[in-house]
Write a protein that binds this ligand. Structure first.
Ligand SMILES: *[C@@H]1O[C@H](CO)[C@@H](O)[C@H](O)[C@H]1NC(C)=O
Ligand SMILES: *[C@@H]1O[C@H](CO)[C@@H](O)[C@H](O)[C@H]1NC(C)=O
Ligand SMILES: *[C@@H]1O[C@H](CO)[C@@H](O)[C@H](O)[C@H]1NC(C)=O
Ligand SMILES: *[C@@H]1O[C@H](CO)[C@@H](O)[C@H](O)[C@H]1NC(C)=O
Ligand SMILES: *[C@@H]1O[C@H](CO)[C@@H](O)[C@H](O)[C@H]1NC(C)=O
Ligand SMILES: *[C@@H]1O[C@H](CO)[C@@H](O)[C@H](O)[C@H]1NC(C)=O
Ligand SMILES: *[C@@H]1O[C@H](CO)[C@@H](O)[C@H](O)[C@H]1NC(C)=O
Ligand SMILES: *[C@@H]1O[C@H](CO)[C@@H](O)[C@H](O)[C@H]1NC(C)=O
Ligand SMILES: *[C@@H]1O[C@H](CO)[C@@H](O)[C@H](O)[C@H]1NC(C)=O
Ligand SMILES: *[C@@H]1O[C@H](CO)[C@@H](O)[C@H](O)[C@H]1NC(C)=O
Ligand SMILES: CC(=O)N[C@H]1CO[C@H](CO)[C@@H](O)[C@@H]1O
Length: 622
């Protein structure tokens, strides 16, 4: 009798234990690996969640992680102080004292490492950036379902189905509710809390939904878009329900996540939790060169829409020139500003002459109206951006910038310049002084002795510099190009607000010489930015530590210590200023587009509809 009782009790406890930890097999990371090996098509949400949550919180490593973050941001992040100021009107973000916020992260009681590394760290309003780790971002989660938003004639806004890989009949149905909440509210909340592409909520809203772009030589769904239904961070729930209104017929569908590895080669790195921890979480670096770029690695549906109008006259993979009606359209993809053009002169010159050739052929055809479509362009290399602005306006200057002066930043600048590293920290090879139009005499001449009030404190900044590529570009232009006959009245810029970094430097600069801008999407009757994160020079911590090693500064007490686990952040080292208003920091200036467009059922799938509408604003201008 006693023995039987004992057995029952024992079984009961065992069952509870298994149910709590894991019902299928003991090691969830091993389940992921085994499913992949046995060629199961999809990885299970429960496995990824349990695998991610199987690593306990470690206070020591968390403290070291926070110390590194504070050191990097305290010494090198140019917007640290400005971030404490109340948000600029028109933008939606929370002002933040990053250093004390980081300290307070350590006060929470975490059970698992993922809580510390991502759950508390995914809110755009908290951190304009966040840190990245392959450990908790190895897989992507796809609903195989995408949405867009239209504005109806009465100004009300609706969410609709863009595509549904599982049931085509749902396409263009209205999504009234998501998980039984009004769909619009759910998307807005997600955009506000989990998307970091812009300080403008309308732009983040666009990124939550689907929109097209030129990418990989095709016009297709952009990789920064549909972030609500295609995620890299573990979604809170295993499924999402959508209530659809298809011409009055109400239908509720529930969708799980199709989970795939971001990079299949990760399956060479682990077989179970132990190896996942030691090879992925401890060692595997995650490419995050712009803080956003990992999202662009997503595999996307190949899709080339049929345009109702438009004749493609030059298709150079990364840039396209179309003519339609009496105007020209230039579509510039984010890849045109890719790193590979910096390291390959032939490729670069080829690109530059194609860009020139495209514009010149418009001139030869007598075209006087040009739409520049820079929708969904995450930026890249400044040189190409500067080439485009200088091609259009021969004597234009590019935006000046400064850096925040700290002991650490000064030391890195000195060493970089002394050793002729040719990096952005080397003031001899890349910059000229705004004051003299000549190279800085020496590092002290760049560092200067200027103080600005930022976030209520007196903060030291360098003298302003300009990228020294201006002369080189002028020479290239002299060699390959006749000046274009147009003025600002001949051009109009079209974006969906997601035009960041080098893209923002093109559009914001052209806007300062009175080129008009059109922004598509966003919220009904709410002004929308035409560009975002105009920042300046952005570096990732991986590159930065590698660079410190090259400078033999890795062990210098002024420098940040390396992260204990594989962790990456990207941060902006210099801040760009307006030329029109010399004290205006571009990153924090809200610049709404002159004109607004909204998507409809046709234009969301056919950019030529938007080109026609954008060109119409040029006509009204005259
Ligand atoms: C977005 O987040 C900010 C900061 O947390 C908050 O103040 C604001 O009310 C939110 N806006 C919307 C529309 O959710
Ligand atoms: C819709 O999804 C299907 C199946 O995944 C895909 O083949 C098609 O290209 C997608 N269409 C669009 C417009 O994205
Ligand atoms: C996947 O990872 C491997 C090994 O780290 C790397 O060589 C390869 O370039 C990656 N593939 C992609 C598409 O990023
Ligand atoms: C991960 O696997 C790749 C091979 O795909 C290998 O080159 C790399 O060294 C591995 N990394 C770690 C940290 O195990
Ligand atoms: C770096 O370049 C300067 C001139 O541009 C030169 O005087 C100096 O010797 C170079 N230093 C090194 C370490 O090559
Ligand atoms: C520097 O060059 C710009 C334009 O190229 C010019 O407007 C400015 O006056 C120059 N400044 C000095 C100090 O030479
Ligand atoms: C740096 O250049 C300035 C301006 O030419 C000069 O006055 C100063 O003495 C130089 N400093 C050093 C350390 O060479
Ligand atoms: C411009 O052309 C001249 C003469 O052919 C050549 O020497 C020079 O290197 C060219 N400049 C650029 C920047 O390509
Ligand atoms: C560090 O030096 C190596 C060897 O010269 C070079 O290949 C690498 O690009 C450098 N890293 C950085 C971040 O500058
Ligand atoms: C803490 O980090 C060290 C490496 O810096 C690593 O060896 C150790 O496994 C980590 N421990 C935990 C529990 O995160
Ligand atoms: C802002 C935020 O998400 N804070 C959370 C951080 O994590 C702790 C522990 O999980 C939560 O209690 C906080 O609410």
């Amino acid at each position: 009798m006693k023995i039987i009782n004992f057995c029952i009790l024992f079984l009961f406890i065992t069952w509870i234990g298994v149910a709590n930890s894991y019902p299928r097999k003991v090691d969830p990371c091993a389940n992921i690996y085994n499913d992949h090996k046995s060629e199961k098509t999809s990885i299970k949400y429960e496995d990824v969640k349990a695998c991610y949550e199987s690593f306990p919180f470690d206070k020591n490593n968390a403290t070291l992680t926070i110390e590194t973050l504070k050191s990097i941001l305290g010494s090198f992040y140019s917007f640290l102080d400005q971030a404490r100021e109340p948000p600029t009107k028109g933008f939606t973000y929370k002002s933040i004292d990053l250093l004390s916020e980081l300290d307070s992260l350590l006060k929470n009681d975490y059970k698992t490492n993922i809580q510390f590394m991502t759950y508390n760290n995914s809110n755009n309003n908290y951190y304009y950036f966040r840190f990245y780790t392959a450990c908790f971002e190895a897989f992507t989660f796809d609903q195989q379902f995408s949405m867009y938003s239209i504005v109806r004639d009465d100004g009300t806004q609706q969410i609709k189905v863009f595509n549904d890989s599982i049931n085509k009949n749902n396409i263009d149905c209205q999504v009234t509710h998501i998980d039984d909440e009004p769909a619009m509210d759910v998307i807005v909340k997600f955009a506000n809390e989990s998307i970091r592409t812009s300080r403008d909520l309308g732009v983040r809203f666009n990124n939550a939904l689907a929109s097209l772009t030129l990418q990989g030589g095709k016009i297709r769904l952009n990789s920064y878009s549909q972030q609500f239904t295609n995620r890299v961070l573990l979604p809170k729930n295993p499924t999402i329900s959508y209530t659809l209104d298809c011409d009055g017929k109400i239908n509720k569908i529930t969708r799980g996540w199709k989970i795939t590895a971001r990079n299949e080669s990760i399956f060479n790195n682990f077989t179970d939790s132990t190896s996942y921890w030691s090879n992925v979480c401890m060692k595997l670096s995650l490419q995050a060169s712009s803080g956003l770029s990992y999202e662009s690695k997503r595999e996307l549906d190949e899709y080339e829409p049929i345009l109702e109008e438009g004749k493609l006259i030059i298709n150079a993979h990364i840039i396209r020139f179309y003519t339609l009606r009496d105007f020209g359209v230039v579509v510039i993809s984010t890849e045109s500003i890719d790193d590979k053009f910096v390291t390959n002169d032939l490729l670069l010159m080829d690109l530059l002459s194609t860009i020139n050739q495209g514009f010149q052929s418009f001139v030869n055809m007598g075209i006087k109206k040009v739409v520049l479509d820079l929708t969904n362009n995450g930026g890249g290399v400044a040189f190409i951006a500067h080439f485009i602005t200088q091609l259009l306006f021969r004597n234009i200057r590019n935006f000046p910038f400064d850096i925040k002066v700290t002991d650490a930043a000064k030391l890195v600048t000195e060493q970089s310049t002394l050793k002729n590293t040719s990096t952005e920290f080397d003031i001899n090879s890349n910059y000229i002084s705004e004051k003299t139009n000549a190279s800085f005499a020496n590092v002290s001449d760049f560092i200067g002795n200027n103080y600005n009030i930022r976030g209520g404190l007196k903060i030291r900044y360098s003298n302003k510099g300009l990228n020294s590529d201006e002369e080189t570009i002028r020479e290239i232009l002299g060699n390959i190009s006749k000046p274009l006959p147009w003025t600002a009245e001949n051009l109009i810029i079209l974006t969906n607000g997601f035009c960041g970094s080098a893209c923002a430097h093109i559009t914001q600069r052209l806007a300062e010489v009175n080129v008009k801008t059109v922004a598509v999407g966003g919220f009904s009757n709410v002004p929308l930015s035409f560009a975002c994160f105009a920042g300046g020079f952005v570096v990732t911590s991986d590159t930065f530590f590698d660079y410190l090693k090259n400078l033999t500064l890795l062990d210098n007490p002024l420098m940040p210590k390396q992260f204990p686990l594989a962790t990456t952040i990207s941060f902006t080292v210099n801040e760009a200023y307006s030329i029109k208003n010399p004290n205006e920091i571009l990153e924090f200036s809200f610049r709404p587009a002159n004109y607004r467009l909204y998507y409809d059922e046709k234009s969301i799938r056919d950019p030529s509809k938007l080109w026609v509408q954008a060109a119409a604003f040029l006509e009204n201008n005259h």
